[in-house]
Design a protein around this ligand. Structure first.
Ligand code: PBG
Length: 330
């Protein structure tokens, strides 16, 4: 519907006061839209800063619990765990990934015991456990698909057994969602949800994350043989269609801000729960500018998160989750 011509229509009439602006606001952001990604590590009483992610720390499990409680109290419904694995446990065969007693699985149990109402999401991919930093097994220089899927299923089942509510396969192997869904059904984990990293692009914006999980120095080559070419939109939609058909309950677009067009396209094509991951490089970029006094941190944080809602997302994974919830709370 086109507005009447000037002066019948004056768009500024509804911008005149805060109350009018709020009355006609089309989209909103609330703490309930946020998933908080958290880096964990072994040890005790540790909050270890990550230089490329100012304000984000690797937490030992005793520090994770109060942090999770704060998130929950502020209305953030879910947290997503990413482990920094002891270098001694990183191997070419990645068996630590499906060890029932690995750091992630211990963290899930601790969180679910203390805060059963907090939704715990996990990441399924081999990179935190792989000696070469890849999401899949590397055999003769190639990232092998089917063997990796088998391992990912073992990893997902161990997380489900530990009590994870949402599994997040982020590896981009083919066939992982269907295989994982069948395995979950077979083991009676019928209610474990899958949030598939369906439209995950081979992006330069993951750099600080790779520092955080200790994969940066190890990564040999790049991830272009399994993650999507940033130039491709049809391919991203095909990946989402495929993952939904294989049993994903929710889908994700990643990175976020440079891919808002993909978010909108996914929502309009499938009308299913759609998430964006505001990834480490996006966070680092905004924080670097804010720390230089070039941007207003609070403003760009809320504006960037709201943009995902406007683009059609139901929710966002963001390192700003707790800070944003705090700001929204005040
Ligand atoms: C790896 C994984 C990555 C992220 C989440 N899971 C990095 C990668 O694919 O290299 C990135 C998240 C971020 O940058 O914040 N399976």
């Amino acid at each position: 519907m086109t507005p009447a011509p000037f002066p019948a229509a004056r768009m500024r009439r509804l911008r005149r006061t805060r109350a009018l602006r709020e009355l006609v606001q089309e989209n909103g952001l609330s703490a309930a839209d946020l998933i908080w990604p958290v880096f964990i590590r072994d040890g005790e009483h540790i909050e270890e800063p990550i230089p490329s992610l100012p304000g984000v720390n690797r937490l030992s499990l005793d520090r994770l619990l109060p942090a999770a409680e704060q998130a929950l109290t502020l209305g953030v419904p879910a947290i997503c765990l990413f482990p920094y694995t002891d270098p001694a446990l990183r191997t070419e065969t990645c068996e630590e990934a499906w060890n029932p007693e690995n750091l992630t699985n211990r963290a899930i149990r601790a969180l679910k015991a203390e805060f059963p109402e907090l939704m715990v999401m996990t990441d399924i991919a081999l990179d935190p456990y792989n000696a070469n930093g890849h999401d899949g097994f590397v055999v003769n220089g190639e990232i092998v698909n089917d063997e990796t899927v088998e391992a990912l299923v073992k990893m997902g089942l161990a997380q489900a057994e530990a009590g994870a509510d949402i599994l997040g396969p982020s590896d981009m192997m083919d066939g992982r969602i269907g295989t994982l869904r069948l395995a979950l059904e077979a083991e009676s984990y019928r209610d474990v949800a899958i949030l598939s990293y369906a439209a995950k692009f081979a992006s330069g914006f993951y750099g600080p994350f790779r520092d955080a999980v200790g994969a940066s120095g190890r990564l040999v080559g790049d991830k272009a043989t399994y993650q999507i070419n940033p130039a491709n939109r049809d391919e991203a939609l095909a990946c989402v269609a495929r993952d939904l058909a294989e049993g994903a309950d929710m889908v994700m677009v990643k990175p976020g801000m440079p891919y808002l067009d993909i978010c909108r396209a996914v929502k309009e094509a499938f009308h299913r729960p759609t998430f964006a991951y505001q990834v480490s490089g996006e966070y680092a970029m905004l924080m670097a500018a804010a720390m230089n006094g070039w941007l207003d941190e609070e403003k760009v944080m809320l504006e960037s998160l709201l943009a995902f809602k406007r683009a059609g997302c139901d929710g966002v994974l963001s390192y700003f989750a707790v800070k944003a919830a705090m700001t929204l709370h005040n």
